[in-house]
Ligand binder design. Structure first.
Ligand code: FES
Ligand SMILES: [Fe+2]
Length: 378
């Protein structure tokens, strides 16, 4: 006699405290954001020598800048003298060097200490040793990925591996030539929700029919509740009468030439842990970068990327941008509505996942593995 083992329809989520507890967020900063490859900025945002950006990664502020030779360097944004935050703004342009606003220690774009008041009277100072502290970087898909770990994990496995896992092959993204696209629009969202709620929401489409009327018009299969991320290599197909990935299904922009026939008229979504979403459609690519600021606050920067000729010609991309901007607002509203409940006593054990959400369980297992030991039990 055999007994059939079936998975129950409902499987549990993480406990509510995982989304509100300060110790859990602190552990995520230490063990996830400060250890993994973190997508920081778009390389093209540093358009000349001395251009710089600062980003918050875990508990650290990181300064990323363009060198005179055209390279990119990333440093802890901390003066080596007495620790002042070197660059206070989110972006800027240094004319010749970085000068600390406190006692004027001065660093070149490679991070080397080149001047300080009375430095010549302190000949024993090693100017390299007291340079800015570098962090590891990689450039991929036109973005600068930063890793604060002493020994970074394999970029190929962690970042490129996520693309392979989703699309079936890491090369399936090559045709979109993401690194050579141009920025058509960038919108920043300040979301009052835990970063994990945003990931979970992105991974499932059970909510699509309820909150995304425009998206389900363009991608009718989303009305059935199965996300594109549910099947390996699957892209959701545009509706028959849909001309492009736009708010009203009207014609999109010029197609990216390398997009294969099998990828045409399809939408692909990829989650690259811990904080990146990549969305591929035939005429543009949408990339979300999250910056978890607190247990209940996440800044999301969303870039819409098109062929350089489209951006340079000044073509109107608004119908194209509007579709996913609206999806973003609908999604982030939903996440903000979930967040307050995470601390409720009736959510202490968490909620449940229906079958079309079961794949989120793997994300929960990963979170458990990383920080499960600090999640308070109810
Ligand atoms: S703290 Fe930067 S020069 Fe003193
Ligand atoms: Fe959504």
């Amino acid at each position: 006699m055999t007994t059939e083992v079936t998975t129950p329809s409902l499987i549990p989520t993480l406990p509510g405290s995982t989304y509100v507890d300060e110790a859990v967020f602190r552990a995520e900063q230490e063990r996830i954001f400060e250890q993994m490859w973190f997508c920081a900025i778009r390389s093209a945002d540093l358009d000349k020598a001395g251009a710089w950006r600062t980003v918050q990664i875990g508990r650290e502020s990181v300064l990323i800048s363009r060198t005179r030779k055209g390279g990119i360097r990333a440093f802890y944004n901390i003066c080596r003298h007495r620790g002042v935050k070197l660059c206070m703004e989110e972006q800027g342009e240094a004319a010749r060097n970085f000068q600390c606003p406190y006692h004027a220690w001065t660093y070149d774009f490679e991070g080397k200490l080149i001047a300080a008041p009375n430095l010549t009277k302190m000949p024993d100072i090693d100017r390299d040793e007291y340079g800015l502290v570098k962090v590891h970087i990689r450039e991929y898909l036109g973005y600068v990925w930063v890793c604060l770990a002493d020994e970074p994990p394999s970029f190929e496995e962690e970042v490129m591996g996520a693309i392979e896992e989703r699309l079936g092959s890491v090369h399936a993204i090559d045709g979109y030539d993401v690194a050579n696209l141009s920025l058509g629009r960038r919108i920043k969202y300040d979301v009052k929700a835990n970063w994990k709620l945003i990931i979970e929401n992105f991974m499932e489409c059970y909510h699509c029919a309820t909150i995304h009327p425009e998206l389900t018009e363009v991608l009718p299969e989303f009305a059935d509740g199965l996300a594109a991320q549910y099947f390996v290599g699957h892209g959701a197909e545009f509706g028959d009468d849909v001309k492009g990935f736009t708010i009203d299904g009207s014609e999109g922009l010029d197609l990216i030439p390398g997009v294969g026939e099998d990828q045409d008229r399809r939408y692909y979504a990829i989650t690259i842990k811990p904080t990146v979403f990549v969305n591929l459609v035939p005429d543009h690519v949408i990339i979300h970068r999250m910056f978890p600021m607190a247990a209940d606050r996440t800044i999301v920067e969303c870039d819409w990327l098109y062929l350089p000729s489209v951006v340079e010609s000044g073509k109107d991309v608004s119908a194209s941008v509007e579709l996913f901007h609206r999806v973003n607002q609908q999604d982030f509203d939903a996440c903000e509505r979930c967040q307050p409940a995470m601390g409720s006593k009736i959510y202490a054990k968490g909620g449940v996942l229906v079958p079309s959400e079961h794949h989120i369980g793997a994300f929960h297992d990963w979170i458990q593995e990383k920080v499960g030991d600090v999640v308070p039990t109810s």
